[in-house]
Ligand binder design. Structure first.
Ligand code: FRU
Length: 501
């Protein structure tokens, strides 16, 4: 018998109905705690998502790598834990590469080894060093390398190795970026075999340094409409993010195989000494987009990034339902030239499963929009007024979940406390918009528990959890006088509900 999803939900016992409010377009673990995405790689058929995971509870601890796979970046199947914490060290964040040439010698001559490079974080906090584990079954099960660690600086805060293949006319080799977190420095290393590493250079402190630096990534992106590529260095920091707490900044520049040189050099500033809205390049302006990294195994013309959709300010204290934490939607990235000669990252949602579009409607004044769940809302607002347009999102009992306010210079997202008691949760996030736009196009992805806003065709991104909320039942769009807008609502197909007994 085939039941519609809504019928399946209605027929479940009450405790399981709560579980059915899980995000449907975002990865969540079946149970327990998750934070950063780790080891993202594409094997030609499947996308692999590993993640910081506590196998035993909803708090951060016993860090191990969980594992899930997907063919569309939306529907994920969770697999058994890939790398389990040890007695003396936890398995902190890191990356995966496929060693096609078996330069590591860890292959069996039949399949290329899949190599995870992670931080072995001593449980007594005395050391963080880089270690490897290898898989001979395509990334399902891993063996820790017997001569770990492979890179030890005797540091307590050296972590989050992201490895990629550097290819140039002068040769090709593996490059690792990792952080000395407290020093606000990204370190670059080189290796021929993924085991022996030589230091190349370092970058930072620069720009936002109001918190420790974590989870760096370095990759090339195409400049839209050209054949050109530029290098981008991603640096997560916590606290000191633009919206408070955890945040992600980026630097556009060049990497010559040894040194990363940003197009603009910045002084280092901390979060109290600068106007965060006019300085810094932020990958996202919301509260919940952290530790984002790209997939290994993709072409530079298809760089895809996923972030942890939470913030260390309150992640440990959010309400939970047996699982705590989720990933952001996958975003494809490229670069666009901004008016001031700088390059900006642009983001696009990927793989959203549409079930049909309501024809675009033109509104002026005030209108009610039925949403349903989950939904992609597309809004095009004429950009000719400094007065605000307001989109408010409501529960079915009419109470307010959150509100987006848009004027020609700024998009703000205000979220109410809802079910969350934490002091730092209810908040208003601000995101400057590019000037001189004739019209502003905004895409709003609503799922259970989150809102992701891509404005100005993806040049501006704002991601906030709506913790514990079912996706809004309806929205109200109120436009400034003289303005008009079109909107369309795209209901998105939900995956088959997976409910654990
Ligand atoms: C970032 C982070 C990483 C670390 C991991 C531990 O959120 O603090 O620096 O490797 O989480 O879970």
């Amino acid at each position: 018998m085939h039941l519609a999803d809504s019928e399946k939900v209605a027929s479940l016992p009450e405790t399981q109905q709560v579980a059915a409010k899980r995000p449907q377009l975002h990865f969540t673990p079946q149970k327990n705690w998750i934070n950063d995405p780790n080891g993202l790689f594409f094997d030609g058929t499947q996308y692999h998502l590993y993640f910081q995971h506590n196998p035993y509870g909803v708090g951060h601890g016993y860090m191990s790598w969980g594992h899930a796979v997907s063919t569309d970046l939306v529907n994920w199947t969770e697999l058994p834990i890939a790398i389990l914490h040890g007695d003396v060290a936890d398995i902190f964040s890191g990356s995966i590469v496929v060693d096609h040439g078996n330069a590591s010698g860890l292959g069996d001559g039949k399949v290329p080894p899949v190599i995870a490079l992670y931080t072995a974080a001593a449980k007594d906090d005395t050391n963080q060093s880089q270690a490897i584990a290898y898989s001979l079954d395509g990334g399902s099960t891993f063996t820790k390398y017997e001569r770990n660690p492979v890179l030890d600086r005797g540091s307590k805060n050296f972590r989050d190795p992201k490895v990629f293949r550097y290819e140039s006319a002068q040769g090709s080799y593996w490059v690792m970026v990792a952080v000395e977190a407290i020093e606000r420095r990204v370190l670059f290393y080189r290796s021929e075999n993924l085991i022996d590493w030589t230091e190349l250079s370092s970058f930072g402190p620069q720009a936002a340094t109001g918190g420790i630096w974590e989870c760096p990534d370095l990759f090339q992106l195409p400049i839209s409409g050209t054949e050109e590529l530029k290098w981008v260095l991603i640096v997560s920091l916590n606290p000191g993010g633009v919206a408070g707490g955890s945040g992600t900044q980026y630097f556009v520049g060049e990497f010559d195989g040894t040194t990363f040189t940003p197009d603009q050099n910045h002084d280092a500033w901390d979060s109290f000494a600068y106007d965060s809205l006019s300085q810094g390049d932020w990958l996202d302006w919301g509260r919940d987009f952290y530790a984002g990294v790209s997939f290994h195994g993709m072409s530079v013309h298809r760089q895809i990034l996923i972030a942890w959709m939470s913030n260390w300010d309150y992640a440990r204290e959010l309400p939970h339902d047996g699982w705590r934490g989720s990933m952001s939607a996958a975003r494809q990235l490229d670069l666009v030239a901004a008016m001031d000669g700088k390059f900006e990252i642009r983001q696009h949602f990927l793989g959203l499963p549409a079930t049909g579009t309501m024809p675009p409607q033109t509104v002026s004044g005030e209108d009610r929009i039925e949403l349903g769940s989950p939904t992609l809302l597309e809004l095009t607002v004429a950009g000719n007024s400094s007065e605000q347009s307001v989109l408010s999102l409501h529960r079915s009992d009419d109470s307010l979940i959150s509100e987006i306010r848009i004027d020609s210079a700024l998009l703000q997202h205000h979220r109410t406390a809802g079910k969350v008691e934490h002091d730092l949760y209810a908040s208003t996030q601000r995101m400057p918009l590019p000037s001189g736009l004739d019209e502003l196009r905004v895409r709003v992805l609503l799922d259970h528990g989150s809102i992701e806003i891509l404005a100005a065709d993806g040049r501006c991104s704002l991601t906030d959890q709506l913790a514990g909320e079912a996706a809004p039942a309806y929205g109200t769009l109120r436009l400034a006088e003289g303005k008009n807008a079109t909107f369309s609502v795209l209901p998105l197909a939900v995956k088959t509900l997976e409910v654990n007994a």
